[in-house]
Design a protein around this ligand. Structure first.
Ligand code: PEP
Length: 263
């Protein structure tokens, strides 16, 4: 069975003091929940990583970076490497967020290099995938997502694919008024798993987590978690306050419990 995931990316929010406050509040709010069956992460900005990791040490909440370079060190002004993330206490790294692709010219070819580096360094990559509104309107979502996932995973042997978290985040649903509909999310997640099945075989596809992100809230979380191929939630705005993320964590922990009882 796939472990469900609850994650949030803080984008360019929360300096050191705010990150520590968030971490302390989150720990207190989730202390009474049984989170043993789920994975939880927060992705603070780089300057807050070490402080957040220290504040969350010993808790069920892991920390990750929002981006990373594919080299370990060198003349790459403004960049951060995998060893630096590890030294700051990270376990995860987010790659290919749509804002990185849109504003900073990242491509899935570069993402593939970053995935390879993260995997060899011992970080868990969270690889974002998503079609634009236009690609959706043109009926190309399936093809675009297949290309993104196959390119990102191109350097990895099949048996390591389940160590990677895939985050389906339709670009038109990020920062929007509403999440994608459960029917549409189900269709896309099913199609992504079929792509994995074709590339890596049924066993690997069954073990690989595909989480959903894009205007998730505590209110719509349950309906999205009920979708068969959804293995967790990746949350932006609704989790920028600890209280909001704690509510999401609670929904994911409940969903994990229900899935275990169903088995
Ligand atoms: C995101 O930016 O990855 C995201 C999911 O944001 P939001 O939840 O605010 O749509």
């Amino acid at each position: 069975m796939r472990r469900l995931v609850a994650g949030t990316g803080w984008k360019m929010n929360n300096g050191i003091a705010d990150s520590i406050r968030y971490a302390e509040e989150l720990k207190a709010r989730i202390a009474s929940l049984d989170t043993s069956a789920i994975d939880i992460y927060v992705l603070p900005p780089f300057t807050s990583l070490a402080a957040a990791a220290q504040a969350l040490a010993g808790s069920p909440v892991a920390v990750g970076g929002q981006n990373m370079h594919w080299e370990d060190a060198g003349s790459w002004t403004g960049e951060i490497s995998a060893p630096m993330l590890l030294e700051a206490g990270c376990r995860y790294v987010e790659l290919a967020h749509s804002e990185r692709l849109r504003h900073f010219g990242e491509t899935y070819e570069l993402v593939r290099r970053k995935v390879d580096k993260a995997m060899s360094a011992g970080l868990t990559p969270i690889v974002c995938l998503g079609e634009s509104a236009r690609e959706k309107a043109e009926g190309r979502a399936g093809q675009v997502l297949a290309e993104q996932v196959l390119t990102s995973l191109g350097g990895q042997p099949d048996e390591r694919v389940p160590e990677i978290i895939l985050a389906y985040e339709p670009r038109w649903a990020i920062g929007a008024a509403e999440a994608a509909s459960p029917a549409y999310i189900g269709e896309r997640h099913r199609a992504l798993r079929a792509v994995l099945r074709q590339r890596c075989g049924a066993g690997i596809a069954e073990r690989t987590r595909i989480i959903y992100g894009g205007s998730v809230t505590p209110e719509n979380a349950r309906a999205i978690l009920d979708i068969e191929d959804v293995d967790g939630l990746f949350v932006g705005r609704a989790a920028w306050r600890a209280e909001g993320f704690a509510r999401i964590v609670e929904r994911v922990a409940d969903a994990a419990k229900m899935k275990t009882e169903d088995k």
